[in-house]
Design a protein around this ligand. Structure first.
Ligand SMILES: NC(=O)CC[C@H](N)C(=O)O
Length: 210
């Protein structure tokens, strides 16, 4: 592929910050608010925000079905926080009737680390990176189940106490917070907030190789 254009879903979330990260890794980024703009990109970032609102906005801007179709047709997507929830095939802790775009064969728990602690930060290990990645979690989800073809890229074993005994196997003391399923990448945290563009670079490579 010639140099790809990567869209950023721009109805909610830190759109400018994601565009800045894409620029830092040398990729042209474009905000996506309408179907014609979606048609013009080779990959897409789904930012954090509020997944219930994001779904409703996508519906009212007539982006929901086109997004679903592009994902089903193989478009690479990087979902972050609420964006991870939007990509998940299954969610727990959603509101009644909450819809996701799907594609990523995982079960994601919304607000998993507990509501009493709004946010926390942690240093995460990624096999692809030589030094830890400093991650900011804001009312973050975690991944509770991964499908057979899903690769776990990183886990967190610190963070607010509130979360650890709420769900999942009792003995589990770490939580999955970054996954890849073929051309779908998802993180529980906000990679656009720390000035570390390595995950955007990883995604850009994935789009280039696609
Ligand atoms: N920072 C975020 O994206 C939070 C996600 C939010 N808790 C949701 O359920 O959508």
């Amino acid at each position: 592929m010639s140099e790809p254009v990567i869209g950023v879903f721009a109805l909610q979330g830190n759109v400018r910050e994601h565009l800045a990260m894409l620029a830092e890794v040398g990729v042209e980024g474009k905000p996506v608010r309408r179907p014609s703009e979606l048609d013009a990109v080779d990959g897409l970032v789904l930012p954090g925000g509020e997944s219930t609102t994001m779904g409703k906005l996508a519906r009212s801007f007539e982006l929901f079905e086109p997004l679903r179709k592009r994902i089903a047709d193989g478009m690479p997507v990087f979902g972050t926080c609420a964006g991870m929830i939007m990509l998940a095939e299954d969610i727990t802790g959603g509101i009644a009737g909450q819809e996701t775009l799907g594609g990523l064969d995982v079960t994601v728990r919304r607000n998993a680390f507990g509501r009493q602690v709004d946010s926390f930060e942690a240093d995460l290990d990624f096999a692809a990176f030589s030094t830890p990645y400093h991650a900011v979690f804001i009312r973050a989800p975690w991944v509770e189940r991964v499908g057979r073809d899903v690769e776990v890229l990183s886990t967190v074993s610190e963070g607010p106490d509130a979360g650890w005994d709420r769900a999942g196997p009792e003995a589990q003391h770490s939580r999955i917070v970054a996954v890849r399923h073929d051309r779908l990448l998802a993180t529980s945290f906000h990679p656009e907030m720390t000035g570390d563009a390595r995950l955007h670079g990883y995604f850009a490579d994935l789009v280039r190789d696609h």
